[in-house]
Write a protein that binds this ligand. Structure first.
Ligand SMILES: [Zn+2]
Length: 238
């Protein structure tokens, strides 16, 4: 008798697991406008403005605790033959700003370039040129964040091995923001915003490839700040 009850319990458990797997898969693929993964067609159909809207809606889902359930391994399989990301995000390496999570995006949806202080150098520009010109991404986002350690280090003019040169790349934003202290969070966030503007300027001025795509309107460029205390991304005006 006990054995029978146990067996029935096992069957019920197996059914429950498979039903939950099924629910996750169907939630990921059915009843949504976007496909399960980005395809050549879905990428081509997006304008820069539509790509921006996808990121805004994704961050809204994140903040509202309404993130999509995803069958991650199904996405691994579906993207194994190629990738068609709709955006490329330049963000800080900060562990509190994981870009796919805060924009509620899946595998193959966007390129991520992450480096302390979201600074621009030739390698970053080359990566963006690949993302847009070669792979067809429609939007470049420069994402700074509040309470950025790299920004604070640059304000303090910190020196440490190879970090010295990296922090020097943020100095123009410190200078542009006037005098202030790394202990003043409002000032730190002001510099972070100036640093995003500086990165956007560098992208326009130092990459003829990207500039041509921006001028043609085939690619967009936008700045944003992620608030590590609220989870909200605020896109900056042009
Ligand atoms: Zn940072």
């Amino acid at each position: 008798m006990r054995q029978t009850t146990f067996a029935i319990g096992l069957v019920f458990l197996a059914f429950a697991v498979s039903a939950s797997t099924l629910a996750q898969t169907s939630a990921d693929t059915a009843g949504k406008k976007a496909p399960a993964v980005q395809t050549s067609e879905s990428q081509a159909a997006l304008t820069p403005a539509a790509a921006l809207e996808k990121l805004k809606q994704g961050n809204a889902r994140f903040v509202e605790k309404n993130m999509r359930s995803r069958d991650w391994l199904a996405k691994v399989s579906a993207t194994s033959a190629g990738q068609y990301p709709f955006a490329v995000i330049l963000a800080c390496m900060d562990s509190r700003a994981p870009i796919e999570i805060i924009f509620d995006q899946g595998i193959g949806d966007m390129f991520g370039i992450r480096i302390a202080g979201n600074i621009v150098n030739e390698d970053v520009l080359g990566s963006m040129e690949y993302a847009t010109k070669v792979v067809g991404s429609k939007l470049i986002v420069v994402l700074g964040h509040t309470s950025c350690g790299a920004v604070k280090g640059s304000i303090d003019d910190a020196k440490l091995g190879n970090l010295t040169e990296l922090l020097a790349k943020i100095r123009p934003a410190v200078t542009a923001s006037g005098p202030g202290s790394a202990k003043d969070e409002a000032y730190v966030n002001k510099v972070a915003q100036a640093n995003v503007a500086q990165a956007m300027k560098d992208i326009r001025e130092k990459s003829p490839t990207i500039k041509a795509q921006l001028n043609a309107g085939t690619v967009g460029l936008v700045g944003a700040i992620y608030d590590v205390s609220t989870g909200k991304v605020t896109f900056l005006p042009d």
